[in-house]
Design a protein around this ligand. Structure first.
Ligand SMILES: Cc1cc2nc3c(=O)[nH]c(=O)nc-3n(C[C@H](O)[C@H](O)[C@H](O)COP(=O)(O)O)c2cc1C
Length: 165
């Protein structure tokens, strides 16, 4: 069975949950998926493909996602890899494709990623932290769309199965 690693970097849990939905979408399409925090992954041995996701903070991918790709760049270059970002605190990610942040686009080019998706984010009204609490006053909410995430992941799962035949 094809095995996919879903590695994520999340500060407040929203992206971690998206990664779980990605894992569920992959399994729905008939591939095996392990969902793990990017900082805890030491090897990609045993995985046929990877999906790397990170929360967006101040226009950048969460540092653990960046470090993960840097650490495993050689291996990732030789695997099929998809990336996702989670951020926008409005409905735009449901309405249209949002291009990756410049740093994420650079990472995608470097490892030859197959694709990238931007999903809506989540910020709770009681978010802690100087900037986070300020932003939460204006735009707290949950803009993640589970169906959109599942469909994206299932599409990847189907593609991997097709290639494996
Ligand atoms: C301080 C701060 C900065 C943020 N900067 C961005 C940003 O540059 N782009 C974006 O799309 N979302 C931004 N967001 C929204 C987060 O990406 C969103 O809340 C996301 O769901 C957080 O993921 P997490 O719960 O996994 O940490 C920001 C949120 C905070 C609190």
């Amino acid at each position: 069975m094809i095995r996919v690693l879903v590695a994520y970097a999340s500060e407040r849990g929203g992206t971690a949950e998206i990664a779980d939905w990605v894992g569920a979408g992959l399994r729905q399409a008939g591939v095996d998926a392990d969902v793990r925090p990017a900082g805890q992954v030491t090897t990609l041995d045993g995985y046929d493909a990877a999906i790397v996701g990170g929360a967006l903070y101040a226009g950048r991918w969460h540092r653990e996602a960046r470090h993960f790709v840097r650490r495993h760049a050689d291996t990732l270059t030789h695997r099929q890899v998809w990336l996702f970002s989670s951020g926008p605190l409005d409905r735009t990610a449901e309405e249209r494709d949002i291009a990756p942040a410049p740093g994420v686009a650079k990472v995608a080019r470097r490892i030859g990623a197959e694709g990238h998706a931007t999903f809506g984010g989540r910020l709770t009204p009681d978010a802690r932290g100087f900037m986070a609490s300020k932003i939460a006053k204006r735009m707290s909410g949950d803009y993640r769309d589970r169906a959109q995430v599942t469909e994206w992941a299932a599409g990847i799962g189907r593609e991997l199965r097709k290639v494996a035949v």
